[in-house]
Design a protein around this ligand. Structure first.
Ligand code: TNX
Length: 535
């Protein structure tokens, strides 16, 4: 009885003092593709009832419960508020990530095609809560109607625990932030010259040797993930709408693997002494049967961790072919047998076999896109990429060409251009990283936000799956440094991935940014303060 009277009083207050928030005050990132504000407010409390329209929404409802439980205490005010209704119902936009969020004085409703869409409705609501007004009566949310769906189906970030290990708990915290900004994939660069971070039961030496960059050293040098660690992470990420994309980088970037399994070296490297992390520019042998057997065991282990249909990145970048395969008698003989004239063509042979294995295990393979030269006038692929593989464009200045080539060849493309999406590059003159900086170009926040507005066609080509920010880990020794390099640039990339071009503007973004920086600060994320934007 008391509850109802309290509610009536509160509703009256909401109508008596109608207030129209401005979109800028809400400061949502990424900006929704349609947002209409109206007058009136809704009271939200820790005890606002949640009404579930479909049992598939149980996990989303749980997320919503956590959001409500974290609301600031209302002091003397009632903890009750308007009901929150979650429903599944076809929306005009068929995207599985589309949602509609309606805030009305007497209820809040989230409608979506799928639970994933409803999850994004909750994420938007969380951001609205973060900028909502705490009144003596409780937390007041502005009335509004948001109809939203992403521009791209893939919005990814990449971490590199191969160079410096990152514990699972840190990855989980990183995933929490990502999902708040509607990213839906995290690529994990699990192997490189400096470390092999996946425990493979059939080949424990991979991690016994390959995961010990500096035996007895810091956590960042040593460590690996067991299949159980990764299963736990995959489930954690899936609950937050995030796919984990594992990367096993072959046939270059493989010193850690070749320290553990010397028999996989090319014939010309058999007698050399290898040092984990120091021996770069080495390559796996494409001739040894054992190479394919071990890679098949690695992929088999991954298939016991990841659901079918997961993307599996198999590298393919920066292979020093001229120094390795081209000099090697066994590879020269293989070339001859296959009728090849260029050693680069052996990459087609190698990946033909490895991608078949990946597909047999239910993976959707991905490779870094390499062209015949590392900068213009590059003009064609390094080798014929197998059909059906997704490519990632990454080298500075080559994205327009990669777009053109993939459109012609029918490959799908992920955009991770060096000049705008490389989160390991400094954000400003003289900024970090202070070591392992090989003269990196500067990638400012503005650059990360505006690159596609300025350099890509207005029409989004259908074969572009999405965007990825890559944080290479040579100079990233812990999660705090990872956060510093990621934010705020990842906010720019989140909006590039989600918001249609016609709704985007750098000035508008910079006005919404401070609110999000405050949220990051409260979450303990040590981002880089983008002072140059506000000077
Ligand atoms: C190139 S990007 C690499 C990485 C390095 C990065 C440093 C790519 C596919 N390969 O191995 O960490 O540059 O910026």
């Amino acid at each position: 009885m008391i509850r109802w009277t309290t509610l009536v009083i509160v509703y009256c207050l909401a109508f008596v003092a109608p207030r129209m928030a401005s979109a800028r005050e809400l400061s949502l990132i990424p900006k929704p593709n349609s947002l209409r504000l109206s007058s009136g407010q809704a009271l939200l409390g820790r005890k606002s009832p949640i009404r579930l329209g479909h049992h598939d929404l149980a996990s989303v409802a749980q997320t919503l419960e956590t959001v409500l439980a974290a609301l600031p205490s209302a002091g003397q005010a009632p903890e009750m508020g308007v009901p929150l209704e979650l429903t599944l119902q076809p929306l005009p936009n068929p995207s599985p990530e589309a949602y509609r969020l309606r805030i009305e004085p007497h209820r809040i409703e989230i409608t979506a095609n799928t639970p994933r869409g409803a999850y994004y409705g909750v994420m938007t609501l969380r951001q609205i809560i973060a900028s909502a007004e705490q009144t003596p009566q409780g937390l007041m949310l502005p009335s509004l109607d948001i109809d939203d769906a992403p521009r791209y189906g893939l919005r990814a970030l990449m971490l590199d625990p191969a160079r410096h290990f990152l514990p699972v708990a840190d990855l989980k915290a990183y995933i929490d932030r990502m999902s708040y900004y509607k990213f839906n994939a995290l690529q994990l660069h699990l192997t490189d010259d400096q470390g092999w971070r996946l425990y493979v039961p059939k080949h424990p030496r991979l991690t016994e040797l390959g995961a010990q960059r500096v035996p007895g050293g810091r956590i960042a040098d040593n460590g690996y993930y067991t299949p159980d660690d990764l299963r736990d992470l995959v489930a954690y990420a899936a609950q937050r709408g995030i796919e984990i994309i594992p990367e096993i980088d072959v046939p270059g970037h493989t010193a850690a693997l070749l320290v553990a399994y010397p028999e996989l070296r090319c014939d010309i490297a058999q007698g050399q002494s290898f040092v984990l992390g120091k021996t770069d520019n080495v390559m796996l042998s494409a001739c040894q049967k054992r190479t394919y057997e071990i890679l098949s065991d690695v992929i088999q282990t991954l298939s016991e961790i990841f659901p079918r249909g997961t993307r599996l990145h198999l590298g393919g970048d920066e292979s020093a072919i001229a120094r390795n395969w081209a000099q090697s008698p066994e590879h020269q003989a293989l070339m001859k047998r296959l009728g090849y004239t260029r050693p680069d063509e052996l990459m087609g042979y190698f990946f033909g076999r490895v991608l078949d294995t990946a597909r047999r295990h239910g993976f959707d393979p991905v490779l870094w896109c390499e062209l015949d030269q590392v900068r213009l006038p590059a003009s064609r692929y390094l080798f014929d990429y197998p059909k059906g593989v997704t490519l990632v464009t990454w080298r500075m200045g080559l994205t327009p060409l990669c777009l053109e080539l993939t459109e012609r060849s029918g490959h799908q493309l992920i955009l991770a251009p060096g000049e705008s999406a490389y989160l390991d590059y400094p954000q400003y003159r003289g900024d970090l990283p202070e070591f392992n900086n090989w003269g990196m170009p500067i990638t400012t926040l503005e650059r990360s936000y505006t690159w596609d507005l300025e350099h890509l066609p207005r029409r989004t080509p259908n074969h572009v799956l999405g965007v990825m920010g890559t944080l290479w880990g040579e100079a990233i020794q812990d999660i705090h440094r990872a956060n510093y390099m990621t934010y705020p640039r990842a906010l720019a990339l989140a909006e590039v991935g989600w918001t249609e071009l016609e709704h985007r503007s750098w000035e508008d973004f910079t006005r919404r940014l401070p609110r999000q920086l405050e949220t990051l600060l409260r979450a303990g994320v040590a981002y880089r303060a983008p002072f140059e934007v506000y000077r």
